[in-house]
Design a protein around this ligand. Structure first.
Ligand code: UGA
Length: 435
């Protein structure tokens, strides 16, 4: 089938490239010429594990094309996916202006049979309104809602191993088109959930909110474990063995970040209030996560004393491992709070250093983890990059003024750190040395 993707961000680029890998003829469109130039050289403008390999394979097979802007090449597409950003407005509501701008543009070129697939995360009701908008313009194009569940960092894997595909539509044409696009997964027995527009959109928000809820909950348990002398890692493991709870998303840490959870929960909260429904749980998740950096700073102060005048080595800047994305990163929020307390920063991230240039001063960004600890008073590990596990902690011990490492992700080999003479502290264990 011939498919086009409008917007080559994390969602559009991965989905477009991978649908091309599954055999479709895909054109990825963006308005930023620089991104398209990069993509035409088989270079990805975002870091996503193994994505460039698939870009090169599909482009070489002439199954993947890149285009700057909209033109008559859209005329013979079977479906066009809208995958542009829906950033939060100041009132928390999702800004749909990019979605509608894309829609207006593509309507000028697509045929009447082309299905318009809304893949950007949009508030419940948007696809239905879009269908009405198209009809008012005198066009017969059908809309489908098709939320995505890919995680940054493992998006290629997630795409190839979906646990479900959700399709919301109001017409046989749209359902048939979507089933054909995802036929490979349908044949493999992947559940395809077919529903109405609004339920499809609600599923996306409810999924992200439920996952964020698990994280907010385990972070609260982690704080309690610290006070009670219990171990949150063992607690997570044990409660996760109950299939009604499930093991995923029970890692305590510095709070959830990224471009999705914080934005989506705010949008759902705004919508809930707008329609006069109660948002008690949403409110609590938002409040718990927004207070998380403050809780972590208090924890750090209990360990190292006053932060004023201290030089802090920070390992990890991205909102999680496996990405170069710094959006709503807990590490960046912590750095801002550390600085507000009078501390100075030397930070290193395996993938995020380049993007960090927009938020940190050049002297705050170090080329490796050892340089970040040179002359530092103590170190914090804010992102769970696997390579931090293999650091030479003896070297780090020599670099630090105060041999203290605070593992906010509770993922390092704490015995290894302590054997190097460094006191290792973690989230969710009593504030003494971890055993
Ligand atoms: C999330 C969802 O997991 C995807 O299914 C969804 O498609 C995506 O949002 C989206 O809406 O586009 P993502 O933001 O890439 O994916 O990252 P996650 O792996 O879900 O992590 C989100 C945040 O939660 C990170 O800051 C991570 O460190 C934190 N987290 C995650 C924890 O603190 N503990 C956990 O146990 C898991």
């Amino acid at each position: 089938m011939k498919l086009a993707f409008i917007g080559t961000g994390y969602v559009g680029l991965v989905s477009g490239v991978m649908l091309s890998h599954l055999g479709h003829d895909v054109t990825c469109i963006d308005l930023v010429q620089e991104k398209i130039n990069q993509l035409k050289q088989n270079l990805s403008p975002i870091y996503e594990h193994s994505l460039e390999k698939y870009i090169e394979k599909c482009a070489t097979a002439h199954k993947l094309h890149f285009n700057c802007g909209y033109d008559k090449k859209l005329a013979d597409q079977d479906a066009v996916f809208i995958t542009v950003g829906t950033p939060p407005k100041s009132d928390g509501h999702a800004d749909l202006s990019y979605v509608y701008a894309a829609l207006d543009q593509l309507l000028e070129f697509i045929s009447e049979n082309c299905v318009i697939v809304l893949k950007s995360t949009v508030p419940p009701g948007t696809s239905r309104q879009m269908q009405e908008y198209i009809a008012k313009k005198g066009r017969g194009n059908k809309v489908a809602s098709n939320p995505e569940f890919l995680r940054e960092g493992s998006a290629v894997y997630d795409f190839l191993n979906p646990e479900r595909i959700v399709i919301g539509a109001g017409s046989d044409l749209a359902f048939t088109c979507m089933r054909a696009i995802y036929k490979r997964f349908d044949d493999q027995g992947v559940p395809i959930v077919e529903t109405d527009f609004t339920t499809s959109e609600m599923i996306k928000y409810a999924s992200n909110t439920f996952l964020a809820n698990k994280i907010a909950f385990i972070n609260e348990m982690a704080d309690l474990c610290e006070k009670m002398g219990a171990n949150v890692k063992e607690l997570s493991h044990a409660i996760g063995l109950d299939s009604r709870i499930g093991a995923a998303f029970l890692k305590a840490g510095p709070g959830f970040g990224g471009s999705c959870f914080p934005k989506d929960i705010l949008a759902l909260q705004a919508l809930t209030k707008q329609v006069g429904s109660q948002s008690l749980i949403l409110d609590a998740i938002i409040e718990a996560n927004s207070k998380r950096p403050g809780v972590i700073i208090e924890k750090i102060e209990k360990i190292v004393g006053t932060l004023a005048g201290k030089l802090v080595a920070v390992y990890g800047l991205t909102y999680k491992a496996g990405t170069d994305d710094l959006r709503s990163s807990p590490a960046i929020e912590l750095i801002a709070k550390l600085k507000a307390k009078g501390a100075q920063i030397q930070a290193y991230d395996p993938m995020g250093n380049e993007n960090a240039a927009a938020v940190l001063a050049p002297e705050e960004i170090c080329a490796d983890a050892y340089l970040a600890t040179e002359g530092a008073d103590f170190a914090i590990c804010a992102t769970e990059w696997p390579e931090f596990k293999d650091l030479d902690f003896g070297r780090i011990y020599n670099n630090l003024n105060q041999p203290v490492l605070i593992d906010l992700r509770n993922f390092l080999d704490h015995k290894k750190v302590e054997n190097a003479g460094i006191s290792c502290y973690v989230v969710g264990l009593n504030l003494s040395k971890s055993d």
